[in-house]
Design a protein around this ligand. Structure first.
Ligand code: SAM
Length: 312
């Protein structure tokens, strides 16, 4: 099956990911965010017949695409699940403790953004949904019908890092009383009317959309748990790669690294330090080149974090 324009997603930091994973021909890899498989395809190039990739995505469309693309390839196993279930998925194939590389490429894929029926984009009018798995949880519109002013403000402030959170939350809830918001355009218009255009090149609704998406998909909670579980799935010298797009995701990676790299013992205590670090950083976070950013604006805020499992 060929990727058509509608299905395409330009993978970020592709050659950097392949290099950092140091693909072994008979290695075992997990792509936790298959999307349209740009990174998986690159990994497959280095795998021989004994190599394996476990591809995970919670989005049914991404999984259907993966199955149609790799139905004949014995090296690929595909699971529709949230990466919060990574341990169960790895155990199913007896990969636990044997994984040579795990990749998270966070955020939304281009096909998700480009499909107006998914409700992720303020650029295309569509139902206000924003769920990555449309068979679970509440849509953004349903959530806005029940959220309190206090919670909405907090979500927009914390997950969107939006300084006008209070004004936006108040305006949204005033509008909800007149007529509940049902579409992406309606939500974007409320934000635009409330805070106007800024000097930033971003649309004023960018942060609010990000906040609501991150909250209703529980993106940060799920990521924190999954990252922690990955540490035990890795083989000795196995690598954990995370492509982040905003500072809240960066903070979770830093927290994971601190937990598995630094002893949690007060410095002045005269104890024998039994702490064995489980992770080391392979290099500083890698950023896309100017030319990649010019060809793919989505890469602008990407950072690739590369860590390695050091003790088993
Ligand atoms: C940025 S895209 C990945 C693109 C992919 N690397 C490629 O080259 O095509 C992120 C994908 O991860 C999926 N995703 C996000 N959070 C997830 C989660 N918690 N569990 C499983 N899949 C998730 C999304 O549905 C989306 O398809």
């Amino acid at each position: 099956m060929q990727a058509d324009a509608y299905d395409s997603h330009q993978p970020v930091l592709l050659s950097e990911v392949a290099r950092a994973l140091k693909i072994k021909t008979d290695g075992i890899y997990i792509d936790c965010t298959f999307g349209r498989g740009g990174h998986s395809r690159e990994m497959l190039k280095g795998l021989g017949p004994a190599g394996r990739i476990l591809a995970i995505d919670q989005d049914f469309q991404a999984v259907d695409y993966a199955k149609s693309l790799f139905a004949e390839d014995q090296r690929m196993v595909i699971e529709q699940c949230n990466f919060s279930q990574i341990v169960q998925a790895a155990e199913k194939y007896k990969f636990d403790g044997r994984v040579d590389g795990i990749l998270f490429d966070l955020g939304v894929s281009s096909p998700q953004l480009d499909d107006s029926t998914r409700g992720f984009s303020f650029m295309r009018d569509g139902p206000l949904d924003m769920r990555m798995n449309m068979q679970e949880g509440m849509s953004a519109a349903q959530w806005l019908e029940r959220v309190s002013a206090h919670e909405l403000e907090k979500v927009i402030k914390v997950y969107g890092e939006e300084r006008y959170a209070k004004r936006i939350a108040t305006a949204i809830l005033q509008q909800q009383k007149i007529s509940p918001l049902k579409t992406t355009r309606q939500l974007a218009d409320v934000v635009l009317k409330t805070i106007g255009r800024s000097r930033e090149h971003k649309h004023p609704a960018t942060r609010t959309f990000q906040a609501i998406r991150v909250f209703i998909n529980r993106e940060l909670e799920v990521l924190a748990t999954a990252l922690d579980e990955c540490v035990e799935l890795l083989a000795q010298s196995g690598r954990l790669l995370v492509i982040t797009f905003h500072s809240l995701e960066d903070q979770l990676v830093k927290k994971l690294f601190r937990k598995h790299n630094e002893p949690n013992i007060p410095r002045k205590l005269p104890v024998v330090d039994q702490f064995q670090p489980k992770l080391k950083r392979v290099c500083k976070p890698i950023k896309p080149s100017e030319s990649e950013i010019a060809g793919n604006p989505r890469a602008r805020s990407a950072k690739l974090h590369v860590m390695e499992r050091v003790v088993c």
